[in-house]
Write a protein that binds this ligand. Structure first.
Ligand SMILES: *[C@@H]1O[C@H](CO)[C@@H](O)[C@H](O)[C@H]1NC(C)=O
Ligand SMILES: *[C@@H]1O[C@H](CO)[C@@H](O)[C@H](O)[C@H]1NC(C)=O
Ligand SMILES: *[C@@H]1O[C@H](CO)[C@@H](O)[C@H](O)[C@H]1NC(C)=O
Ligand SMILES: *[C@@H]1O[C@H](CO)[C@@H](O)[C@H](O)[C@H]1NC(C)=O
Ligand SMILES: *[C@@H]1O[C@H](CO)[C@@H](O)[C@H](O)[C@H]1NC(C)=O
Ligand SMILES: *[C@@H]1O[C@H](CO)[C@@H](O)[C@H](O)[C@H]1NC(C)=O
Ligand SMILES: *[C@@H]1O[C@H](CO)[C@@H](O)[C@H](O)[C@H]1NC(C)=O
Length: 366
């Protein structure tokens, strides 16, 4: 009876009965880019780049009170998931002397799915100097998994009780292709190889014993203020009713369609695993459609909180984190924080939607 009671209370109050099937995890392993980096990039590039905006205020102003290397005013989706599961915030792999028994985060700002040699072979040369792509992140996981478990059996057991979040990936790949002067259609031609790279990484994790694997999709590319600024058009018919660039949105949408197909394939190949598609696209569209409903009450939903002027308040020569670039007073009334990344307020809503629905299929807590 004592055991049943909390379950029953949860059932009648908040959750569906499925929640009672004890969804507790011993650890979270995360891979991805700036939507998930909790502090790797700032350490990896220290001394190598002249000025790292992510190390400077007002990054971190809402929750941590100081910059932590997160591309946000506060917590990311990953942080909310950890807190909702009663686990510590997932430490970046660069954290020296950290006990990784409750998980590790391998995500790095700017990370791509494809490796840098692949880009260079395709004459996409404007890529970062250091390779932090999926294969780099998965290799690290394989090399250092021995800090959490040391036999095949103990690792399979451990990873079977862990939550794996692989992504999002792809956003940076397509951005690099586009900024090399390629068309949206050319960028789309990279979707199959990006998805195949995600597939190989997912299979590696599943073969290591992962039984709970979340695959987040891309954002609506044409609703990201940096993209709206870079690819601004004088032709009104290039924009949809939300003010997003229509054709760019088809890029993120196409990637997500292929990623959902991958999720279905993996479910068939790994029937014992729970493989979850997690959505950044649909919540973003809903925020823009109905901003007030979500508390995004600032003047214009596509306008960013932290930036140095311009139609979306995104300014290439005065970006968030640079000296003198101001943040808004109330970040929680904005969807987008710095022109690329969302505010903590937006991430919180997305995280809740991944945990309980409707933004993950199936929800993580189901
Ligand atoms: C890491 O932390 C866990 C839980 O807090 C503990 O059980 C374990 O012994 C620690 N491992 C090391 C190597 O300190
Ligand atoms: C880069 O990725 C390509 C395509 O997946 C692969 O064939 C190649 O071996 C990789 N190169 C390196 C250096 O990892
Ligand atoms: C890359 O550029 C070189 C030199 O212009 C050219 O020979 C090669 O065919 C190009 N490769 C691709 C994949 O476009
Ligand atoms: C895990 O393996 C790496 C190299 O693969 C090694 O440097 C490290 O000492 C090992 N750690 C443990 C805890 O065995
Ligand atoms: C393997 O890990 C377990 C638990 O962390 C530890 O008790 C044991 O000594 C380790 N064995 C080896 C060979 O390192
Ligand atoms: C604006 O774009 C539409 C299609 O997106 C095109 O049919 C039309 O010709 C364009 N107008 C101008 C003035 O370029
Ligand atoms: C962008 O920032 C620069 C300062 O770096 C400033 O001179 C310029 O006026 C700003 N642009 C807009 C549109 O506010």
């Amino acid at each position: 009876m004592e055991l049943l009671l909390p379950c029953f209370l949860l059932f009648i109050s908040l959750f569906t009965s499925a929640y009672c099937a004890d969804k507790s995890y011993n650890a979270i392993f995360s891979f991805g880019d700036s939507y998930a980096d909790t502090g790797n990039f700032i350490v990896l590039v220290r001394g190598a780049i002249p000025y790292d905006v992510f190390e400077h205020p007002p990054y971190g102003m809402t929750y941590f009170g100081k910059p932590t290397g997160r591309g946000c005013d506060g917590r990311l989706v990953l942080d909310f998931i950890a807190q909702d599961l009663g686990l510590p915030l997932v430490p970046p792999f660069v954290a020296q002397g950290q006990n990784f028994s409750t998980g590790v985060n391998y995500a790095v700002i700017g990370a791509t799915a494809l490796n840098l040699s692949y880009f260079r072979e395709h004459n996409i040369t404007n890529v970062p100097p250091t390779d932090t792509s999926i294969s780099f992140q998965i290799d690290l996981f394989l090399r250092f998994k021995n800090s959490t478990c040391n036999t095949t059996k103990s690792c399979q057991d451990y990873f079977g009780k862990s939550l794996f979040i692989l992504g999002e990936f792809g956003g940076n790949d397509y951005t690099f292709v586009l900024s090399a002067g390629k068309s949206i259609n050319e960028a789309k031609s990279y979707v199959p190889v990006v998805i195949n790279t995600i597939k190989k990484a997912a299979e590696t994790l599943l073969q290591q014993g992962a039984l709970n694997l979340v695959l987040p999709g891309n954002l609506p590319t044409g609703c990201i203020p940096i993209m709206l600024t870079t690819y601004a058009s004088t032709n009104k018919s290039d924009y949809d009713h939300l003010g997003c660039l229509k054709e760019l949105n088809t890029l993120g949408f196409y990637h997500n369609t292929k990623l959902k197909e991958l999720v279905e394939q993996l479910k068939v190949a790994y029937p014992l695993a729970r493989i979850i598609y997690a959505d950044y696209y649909e919540p973003m569209i809903q925020f823009l459609q109905n901003p007030d409903k979500f508390g995004f009450t600032n003047e214009a939903p596509l306008k960013i909180c932290c930036g140095g002027g311009g139609p979306y308040n995104y300014n290439f020569t005065a970006t968030c984190g640079q000296p003198g670039v101001p943040a808004c007073a109330n970040p929680s009334t904005y969807i987008n924080w710095d022109g690329i990344h969302l505010t903590e307020a937006a991430y919180r809503i997305i995280a809740t939607g991944w945990m309980k629905g409707p933004y993950a299929h199936p929800p993580i807590l189901s």
